[in-house]
Write a protein that binds this ligand. Structure first.
Ligand SMILES: Nc1nc2c(ncn2[C@@H]2O[C@H](COP(=O)(O)OP(=O)(O)OP(=O)(O)O)[C@@H](O)[C@H]2O)c(=O)[nH]1
Ligand SMILES: [Mg+2]
Length: 454
């Protein structure tokens, strides 16, 4: 357990009915005594006065003491619930930090301690932050599931199967004279295939978890007056951006977060792009628009179908393509279809998905929402959903690739030793996800689970 005692305000900054100061570490009992005069019973809420070192009463509130290891971090923890004013909380925290060997906690340090003390694994630690940052109900629900251990449990299930398989494969290497015909009994092939399938579905579920947590960044781009701000307002369902028939109305980038059936979208409306402008403010807006375009996951290119004779629209589109290469996806929003239904897209745009749209009567809105969900690979189902991160996807993909290599080595060459190495690597990747740093207990497993009859 950690020697330091750490303290911090646990509730968010600002005014509130109650504010919580959390203390964790071996000095927690001392802190409790110094601030309240007593040590409350373990896991019981007690109403006490909070005093300074000169015996002045700062506040009165609930104190709860959690004796380690039955606490969030695993060490002794005390929580003071005082009135939620920033000044009074600061005063109480200062008082606590004056006590010898107590220091201000760093960011995430309580959770880090919980992980280091084995109270939670790494995915659960990450889920706490994801739960706090969740931008939709579905994202919160999925983070909560990860925190309850749903994701870890799934990893553990695959991991257990992998250990069993490794045990079997290692046995073929270590005990070549045994009577079982390892090579011809087909068990390794079928089990490796099972694990690959399980890993594939876990990867797909984890991808949904990542989308839910991170969302996608959508940038609306196009020429002035194409209807970009009207599209932003329509998607957000409110009058966020100014809309006029004057070209160059939008100057600065306008950001808004929305969610479509739980899928978080960060939407950015940008200044209309044009190649030449003498207006210095508009030029700054255009530069900002380019910066947003370069950081997008998907660009909604607003094409004004009432101006198909305007070559500038096509030129702009190819300029964006050239500037960002193949890194970003496009969707063409064919806007103002109320003005004409007789239009065709220029060849340059024809290979991209296109949504006929009208910002005035919202025709095309349902198709656009559906399209954005499809682009993100998002499904509406909440069943079994858990939060995940890109780092988890990377590890799962690496593990899968090692398994596939292992499968090839067995199927094509019956190369058990090389396969064993691939399985070991796959297991290390799974352990990375949970934050277990390669404790290789395989040997013990071999002798305890595989009876060789001698
Ligand atoms: N008829 C029709 N007019 C539209 C539609 N969408 C936008 N407009 C009009 O087109 C004009 C320009 O709309 P904006 O949304 O301000 O266009 P913008 O692309 O944001 O323009 P800038 O900010 O100047 O780059 C306004 O007069 C809108 O009312 C549409 O679907 N149909
Ligand atoms: Mg605008």
């Amino acid at each position: 357990m950690d020697k330091d005692t750490i303290a911090a305000i646990a509730t968010s900054l600002g005014k509130g009915g109650i504010g919580v100061i959390r203390v964790a570490g071996p000095k927690s009992i001392d802190v409790c005594k110094k601030i309240t005069g007593i040590v409350p019973s373990d896991h019981k809420a007690t109403l006490l006065k909070f005093k300074t070192s000169t015996n002045e009463i700062l506040d009165e509130g609930i104190t709860i003491f959690f004796k380690g290891p039955h606490s969030f971090t695993g060490d002794d923890v005390v929580e003071f619930q005082c009135h939620g004013g920033p000044v009074i909380m600061d005063m109480l925290l200062k008082e606590i930090l004056q006590i010898t060997d107590v220091r201000q906690a760093g960011p995430g340090e309580f959770t880090q301690r919980a992980f280091l003390n084995g109270k939670i694994d790494l995915t659960q630690a990450e889920a706490i932050i994801d739960l706090i940052n969740a931008s939709s109900e579905k994202a919160a629900l999925s983070a909560s599931r990860s925190l309850q251990g749903v994701f870890s449990q799934k990893i553990n299930t695959v991991n257990d199967k992998l250990i069993k398989l490794r045990t079997y494969v290692e046995a073929t290497i270590d005990f070549p004279d045994e009577s079982i015909d390892f090579i011809n009994d087909g068990q390794v092939e079928s089990e490796i295939e099972n694990i690959i399938q399980e890993m594939n579905s876990l990867l797909n579920e984890a991808k949904q978890g990542v989308i839910l947590q991170e969302g996608i960044k959508i940038v609306i781009a196009g020429r002035p007056n194409a209807g970009k701000s009207s599209l932003l307002n329509a998607l957000c369902g409110k009058d966020l951006a100014i809309v006029t028939n004057i070209e160059g109305t939008t100057r600065d980038a306008i950001h808004e977060n929305i969610d479509i059936d739980g899928l978080p979208l960060h939407i950015v409306d940008t200044a209309g792009l044009r190649t030449h402008t003498s207006d210095i403010v508009e030029q700054i807006g255009i530069n900002r628009a380019w910066n947003e375009i370069e950081a997008a996951d998907r660009i909604l290119f607003v094409y004004d179908v009432s101006r198909t004779d305007d070559y500038e629209q096509v030129k702009l589109f190819t300029d964006i393509q050239e500037r960002i290469g193949n890194n970003v996806d496009f969707s063409i929003i064919c806007n103002k279809i109320d003005l004409t239904d007789n239009y065709s897209l220029p060849d340059e745009m024809n290979t991209y998905p296109q949504i006929p749209f009208c910002s005035k009567n919202l025709k095309g809105m349902e198709e656009l929402r559906k399209h954005l969900k499809e682009c993100a690979g998002y499904t509406n189902s909440t069943e079994g959903l858990f939060s995940a991160r890109r780092r988890h996807l990377e590890s799962l993909e690496k593990a899968l690739s090692h398994l596939q290599k292992g499968q090839e080595l067995i199927n094509c060459m019956s190369a058990f030793e090389l396969c064993a190495e691939e399985l070991r690597n796959a297991q290390n990747n799974l352990n990375d996800i949970l934050g277990r740093f390669t404790a290789d207990d395989l040997l013990g497993k071999i002798f305890s689970t595989f009876c060789v009859g001698k």
